[in-house]
Design a protein around this ligand. Structure first.
Ligand SMILES: C[S@@+](CC[C@H](N)C(=O)[O-])C[C@H]1O[C@@H](n2cnc3c(N)ncnc32)[C@H](O)[C@@H]1O
Length: 318
């Protein structure tokens, strides 16, 4: 076992509660797994069948290997569109001053930085509105207003949690470069066994992360546990393209171009091959909605973006 998989991080190893995949829908596709409680069960790593133990290690290696090139690859592969998807996730969340966010599988911090910028911009707009609504203020009063004004973040806070410390290290450096000093914490942890108390966060996000976890149902249960009553679950993930022509073109691009780009830009064909395969193995919108409901969430909805290349699922702990 690799040194990174400490008992604390992987307490479920060897417990044997697992899913077995029934079969693959050829040439690829989603088949709903069944809970079997079978020890040492197999799962999938892209199109490969591997043991559950192996999958954790392999996923870790993928992100350890791509961490330094992760952001540049994201921009190249998606032609920058991942930025718009992430902005839309924030717009859907519409956080307010005081929101406590947990961003799981947060990697290099894209969602966290958007959250902090959103809150700061919102608070500054409100502060300026208040200032403008007061007529005939002297310069001294205006200066005092600015000095006394609350911090642009208020009580808002985001915790970025990821199993991979290499990804988090890249994120921490980015935070320094972008000047995010407050309202941000980085925690190494497994989505399937989050190192947080119950009922702690207002919002839980997971962007392009949940398809990498071994037991999606456990990750969803953990999301439910750590959210406060009234809290919101939001997941941005690759999904199923509905239009057959776009689907064909998307497959061609994914399988013929992305691994080549991975090799040229990051020197890593295999990791990007896994990436496209894992996308095809993730459940389509309706199936994933049911899984979120099975975890206890209510008012579960989803919105497909870019013809279903990705979808944002939302649910509430009520
Ligand atoms: C494709 S990246 C997404 C990063 C970021 N959310 C974004 O949208 O750019 C997937 C992330 O999931 C993390 N990950 C994989 N399995 C995980 C697990 N079981 N628990 C927590 N994070 C995990 C990886 O380390 C990686 O940082």
């Amino acid at each position: 076992m690799a040194a990174r998989r400490s008992r604390a991080l992987w307490p479920l190893s060897g417990r044997g509660c697992s899913w077995a995949l029934l079969s693959l829908r050829p040439p690829w596709g989603w088949t709903r797994p069944m809970s079997t409680e079978k020890p040492g069960a197999d799962t999938h790593f892209g199109f490969e069948t591997v043991s559950e133990e192996e999958k954790g290690d392999k996923v870790y290696q993928v992100f350890e290997s791509v961490a330094k090139k992760y952001d540049v690859m994201n921009d190249s592969m998606s032609l920058g569109i991942h930025r718009i998807w992430k902005d839309l996730l924030l717009r859907k969340m519409h956080p307010f001053s005081g929101t406590k966010l947990l961003d799981v599988a947060g990697g290099t911090g894209d969602i966290a930085f958007r959250f902090l910028n959103y809150i700061k911009a919102q608070n500054q707009r409100q502060q300026q509105r208040e200032l403008k609504s007061h007529q005939n203020l002297s310069w001294e009063e205006i200066a005092k207003w600015y000095q006394n004004s609350r911090s642009p973040l208020g009580e808002s806070h985001v915790v970025v949690c990821d199993i991979n410390k290499e990804m988090l290290n890249v994120g921490k450096k980015k935070a320094q470069t972008l000047g995010h000093k407050r309202g941000l914490a980085w925690v190494v942890g497994d989505a399937e066994e989050l190192p947080f108390d119950d009922d702690k966060f207002d919002v839980y996000t997971i962007a392009f992360g949940i398809r990498n976890v071994t037991h999606i149902d456990r990750a969803l249960q953990e999301a439910y546990r750590v959210l406060k009553p009234g809290g919101r679950f939001l997941c941005l993930e690759f999904s199923q393209v509905s239009n057959p022509i776009i689907s064909r073109l998307y497959d061609l691009y994914s399988f013929q171009v992305i691994p080549v780009m991975g090799e040229v830009i990051a020197g890593d064909w295999k990791s990007y091959q896994y990436l496209v395969e894992s996308i095809r193995r993730f459940p389509p919108q309706e199936e994933f909605k049911e899984m979120i409901e099975d975890a206890g969430f209510q008012k579960v909805t989803y919105e497909s973006l870019t013809s279903g290349i990705v979808a944002i699922h939302s649910g509430f702990k009520l």
